[in-house]
Design a protein around this ligand. Structure first.
Ligand code: 5GP
Length: 189
């Protein structure tokens, strides 16, 4: 099945996403530029992408950021071939040290909040100067633990399971250029 066969409807087109990414890029650059100005010795922002879902969003967002930055990745286990939350497991850790650094975590979607709570606790233990979270999508109504993203692309109020632009269904459909709601009849659990 290709993208359109499994998608009930397109929620955010490629153009919607690109426009929002540019807006986020400007907002984030402005915020960090302010901070960078205070201390000339400050090291560049460390942008941390959560693999695999954040990859397309991160690739576009970093090119919309007009500040010095480095980037690195953490790979976390995703849901097991379906739509219900599993345990958070770190499959690949950062290569860069985060002590004293400003860290911006890039996530595809915040759902229950378990993934980001786990990751932020893990990173705070390494004593960064700051941690902020930027997520493309947020499902605040699904939250089980408190996570408040600093930057949000789009809020999803309806109970959609979404695919495309990095988001998968059984590891497929991450390459769709838009974000679509999965057909409800395909969700089994
Ligand atoms: P959380 O730990 O906040 O419950 O889940 C975050 C992760 O769950 C995301 O990084 C993503 O992998 C997955 N996830 C949550 N909601 C969706 C969704 O609607 N579609 C897809 N494809 N993945 C989702």
């Amino acid at each position: 099945m290709n993208g359109l066969d499994i998608v009930e409807r397109v929620l955010f087109s490629s153009e919607d996403i690109q426009q929002r990414v540019q807006e986020l890029g400007q907002e984030i650059s402005k915020d960090y530029r302010r901070g960078l100005g205070q201390d000339a010795r400050k090291r560049p922002l460390l942008v941390v992408g959560l693999l695999k879902g954040a990859l397309p969003f991160m690739a576009d967002l970093i090119r919309a950021l007009d500040i010095p930055l480095e980037y690195d990745f953490i790979a976390v286990s995703s849901y097991e071939n379906g739509t219900s939350p599993g345990e958070v497991r770190v499959l690949k850790d950062l290569e860069r040290a985060v002590g004293g650094r400003d860290v911006l975590i890039i996530e595809d979607i915040v759902d229950t909040g378990h993934t980001l709570r786990h990751i932020t606790r893990r990173l705070w233990a390494r004593e960064p100067a700051s941690i902020r979270i930027c997520t493309l999508l947020d499902k605040p109504h699904r939250r089980e633990v408190e996570v408040l993203p600093d930057y949000v692309g789009f809020v999803l109020d309806a109970p959609w399971f979404v695919v495309g632009y990095g988001l998968d269904f059984g590891e497929l459909h991450r390459n769709l250029p838009y974000i679509g709601a999965l057909r409800p009849d395909l969700i089994t659990d």
